[in-house]
Design a protein around this ligand. Structure first.
Ligand SMILES: Nc1ncnc2c1ncn2[C@@H]1O[C@H](COP(=O)(O)OP(=O)(O)OP(=O)(O)O)[C@@H](O)[C@H]1O
Ligand SMILES: [Mg+2]
Length: 241
């Protein structure tokens, strides 16, 4: 069963074609990695899927339903959640408050929202920081909070936009484990990431885009050995022998 399908997705900003006839799909329960150089159109693709921008051309299907012009909050209620590349919590509010805001997407009662939010904080090892102001968190914890806020909406498909940028190697390893566990709990994950070691370890399937167009796709080993990918993105030194 395909949970997400992009058919010729195209997004123009004035004269700039940021996403160009992109076709891809994700099976339920898969982790799909999206990579490509800076400015390749990765975040723009996410923004189209999450309802921030309507596509200029092409179609987006979620669970078989066309969602081209759905608003973000409707998509959220349908089970599609995302994180932002630039994290923007309510800095003066507590960590718990920030997660509860997400939880109210699907829960009406405060007690239920709080219970769910505490479960998620525990899952992300943030439970002991629940009363800290979000603005006072380290980068690593802020990234985890961003995931917690998305998880609080109880998604079936989670879009993660560079949640490992700026993390130390050990923190990256922790994040890889967290994301793998999410998949084990039944959530499908679509992840944009520049840290190759992480995306290679996580993804069942990788799609590579360059100037908005798909230039390669496959299992991590195949993509890492692809000449076009190495030229456009990875650099000679990453090519696997
Ligand atoms: N709202 C916007 N208005 C105009 N141009 C935009 C807008 N958003 C993105 N772009 C442009 O679209 C192109 C794709 O940008 P996008 O942010 O999707 O790339 P990206 O692959 O996510 O890059 P990065 O790896 O640096 O995050 C870039 O040329 C960018 O300048
Ligand atoms: Mg981006």
């Amino acid at each position: 069963m395909k949970i997400l399908e992009l058919k010729n997705l195209t997004k123009d900003f004035g004269g700039l074609r940021a996403v160009d006839n992109l076709n891809l799909s994700i099976d339920d329960g898969q982790i799909l990695g999206l990579i490509g150089p800076n400015g390749a159109g990765k975040s723009t693709a996410f923004n189209c899927i999450a309802g921030v921008y309507p596509p200029s051309e092409g179609d987006i299907y979620f669970n078989g339903e066309k969602i081209n012009n759905e608003k973000p909050w409707n998509l959220c209620k349908k089970g599609l959640a995302r994180t932002f590349q630039i994290v923007k919590p309510f800095s003066s509010k507590s960590v718990l408050y920030n997660v509860m805001v997400g939880s109210f997407a699907n829960k009406d009662k405060r007690a239920d929202a709080e219970k769910k939010s505490l479960e998620i904080l525990k899952y992300l090892h943030l439970e002991d920081k629940k009363d800290i102001r979000a603005g006072n968190l380290t980068i690593a914890d802020r990234k985890r909070l961003e995931i917690a806020r998305a998880l609080a909406t109880e998604p079936r498909l989670l879009l993660l936009d560079e949640v490992m940028a700026g993390l130390r190697p050990t923190e990256v390893d922790e994040m890889v484990e967290i994301i793998k566990n999410l998949r084990e709990s039944g959530i499908t994950v679509f992840v944009i990431e520049h840290i190759m070691r992480a995306i290679m370890a996580l993804s069942d399937w990788i799609v590579v885009i360059h100037f908005g167009q798909k230039i390669a796709e496959g299992i991590p080993e195949t993509v890492a050995a692809d000449e076009n990918v190495i030229k456009a993105y990875l650099g000679e030194e990453y090519g696997v022998s």
